[in-house]
Write a protein that binds this ligand. Structure first.
Ligand SMILES: Cc1cc2nc3c(=O)[nH]c(=O)nc-3n(C[C@H](O)[C@H](O)[C@H](O)COP(=O)(O)OP(=O)(O)OC[C@H]3O[C@@H](n4cnc5c(N)ncnc54)[C@H](O)[C@@H]3O)c2cc1C
Ligand code: SF4
Length: 479
């Protein structure tokens, strides 16, 4: 083993090249190029093959990282792919957009010894893209069809992972989604420069070819009630995500040209997919030539500012009430935004929007960070007399998301929710208080990550399988 691996002291860390800033600002394509085979092998060979692999422990899917790195270093790519896909339904997606610095790579032992982490995410992407290019990825082929059916509400990563796992076992699966395309936030939230749409469409096409039925433009609560859907299936999964934008309660919030982040990102993604988007085509959601300000410091805010850069906004500012070190967004994405010319106004809090009919400027206060609050983060405190103004033609609010009121939307007041409005589920089985109705992804966690949604989808599939087997056994006993 030592021959091929443990090369971290001799070989330095390298990520696949990033496209030049001037070039990448001109389009919406992904900014990272691919590893060439030699580089992927070389970078994999840096792994120290730890006895207790912290990367694996800190990957929400517990991917068998050291083993697939070793197989890659040895050039055994088909085996590397088989192993990697056995724990992850979308390795090419996670390889691209997981915040690896907080998960697998952030816990790599050689990173902690100062040699620079193994570039796990890029290798994961490389292995899976190689598998797609070589035709190793095939639709599900079911040996024994099972007559029991499962309805899945929501075609985001949680719903799709659950659908795939259950379909592999032979269950009859229908995925319902209120949008016209499957993929959830992978399609209409996350921009192309992080995740190109062909990557998502390729996956959903494969799932459909494997016998999963998709019913798009179908909103549970509007087109059917939860109770009616329960009658159609033996079990249900709710994986509807969280979409209610958090609001900002300051004077002037009702002025024109102040929008929630998802309006922008959805419009931009739809344009990229070739759709007609009235509110973009009439100029409202197009930031070309405008001074734009985004309020917020998370990944959604970063996706917005970088979208505006690509739309040729005149200036792009990001206002955030804490400092760079205390930003919730991934450090990698903040750096990308800085490189692309976004101006960050740290330690600042919006106070008032000013304008005649539409927003013209934003008044903000300077902030100092006080003692840590109950969450452990330093509390922002307003510095008195520090008011300043920013000229802006358009403001985007990216302050996070809360769950919609599902019991009301689903016309099912019995459905239990937590005090945050997320669905209440049994910790072990992921079943809600309604028998046979399970839940997964952001709707139980609050706004989270794709990799956690996949993990939930897989866990829910396992519980649903057990529930359905029990149901069959009870029928047999009763007969
Ligand atoms: C702008 C943005 C950028 C992000 N970037 C990253 C990133 O870089 N890396 C990362 O790991 N995570 C990122 N995330 C988070 C990630 O996208 C989510 O955690 C993940 O998509 C949650 O998956 P999900 O399946 O639970 O829900 P979703 O992906 O939200 O899918 C839910 C689906 O349910 C459907 N639905 C909702 N209600 C109904 C209904 N009543 N009837 C039928 N269908 C319904 C919706 O149409 C949607 O398709 C980002 C999120 C946003 C908003
Ligand atoms: S799924 Fe995400 S956390 Fe896990 S190995 Fe891949 S990139 Fe790392």
């Amino acid at each position: 083993m030592t021959e091929k691996m443990l090369k971290f002291a001799k070989i330095g860390k390298q990520t696949p090249p990033k496209r030049k800033v001037d070039q990448r600002k001109e389009d919406f394509e992904e900014i990272y190029e691919e590893f060439i085979t030699g580089k992927a092998k070389e970078q994999s060979s840096r792994c120290s093959q730890c006895g207790v692999p912290f990367c694996q422990i800190h990957c929400p899917l517990h991917n068998n990282i050291p083993d697939w790195l070793k197989l890659t270093a040895e050039g055994r790519l088909e085996e590397a792919y088989e192993l990697s896909q056995s724990t992850n339904n979308m390795p090419e997606v996670c390889g691209r957009i997981c915040p690896q610095d907080r998960l697998c790579e952030g816990n790599c032992v050689i990173e902690q010894s100062g040699h620079g982490t193994v570039t796990i995410g890029s290798v994961e992407k490389y292995i899976t893209e190689t598998a797609w290019n070589n035709g190793w990825i095939k639709p599900i082929s079911v040996k024994n069809e099972i007559s029991q059916s499962v309805g899945i509400i929501g075609a985001g990563p949680a719903g799709l992972a659950c659908a795939e796992e259950l379909r592999k076992l032979g269950y009859d699966i229908t995925v319902y989604d209120r949008y016209d395309r499957a993929g959830g936030l992978l399609i209409y939230g996350i921009p192309n420069f992080k995740l190109e749409k062909f990557v998502v469409e390729r996956r959903t096409k494969l799932l459909a070819e494997g016998g999963i039925k998709f019913t798009q433009n179908f909103e549970v609560g509007k087109d059917i009630s939860l109770d009616e859907l329960r009658d159609k299936h033996d079990a249900l999964l709710i994986a509807t995500g969280v979409y209610k934008a958090r609001e900002i309660k300051i004077p002037g919030n009702n002025l024109k040209n102040i929008f929630p982040a998802m309006d922008f990102l959805t419009a931009s993604n739809r344009k990229g997919l070739g759709d007609k988007v009235e509110n973009f085509d009439n100029g409202n959601l197009n930031t070309e030539g405008k001074d734009v300000t985004v309020i917020g410091g998370g990944d959604t805010a970063m996706d917005c500012v970088r979208t505006f850069v690509r739309q040729n906004a005149k200036s792009v500012k990001c206002l955030y009430r804490r400092d760079k070190e205390n930003m919730p967004g991934s450090a990698r994405e903040v750096l990308n935004a800085e490189e692309e010319g976004v101006e960050f106004i740290w330690l600042s809090n919006p106070k008032e929007f000013i304008g005649d009919n539409k927003v013209e400027k934003l008044i903000a206060d300077k902030i100092k960070l006080g003692n840590p609050d109950e969450t452990g983060r330093k509390k922002p405190e307003i510095v008195s007399g520090s008011e300043f103004e920013i000229k802006t033609d358009l403001v985007v609010k990216a302050l996070g998301f809360d769950p919609e009121n599902l019991p009301q939307l689903f016309n099912c007041s019995d459905l239990s929710v937590t005090r945050w409005g997320t669905l209440k589920t049994d910790f072990k089985t992921m079943e809600t208080n309604i028998p046979g109705v399970f839940a997964a992804g952001d709707i139980i966690r609050g706004a989270s990550l794709v990799v956690w949604a996949i993990r939930d989808g897989r866990d829910a599939a396992d519980s649903i399988k057990k529930y359905l087997q029990k149901k069959i056994n009870q029928k047999i006993k009763a007969a």
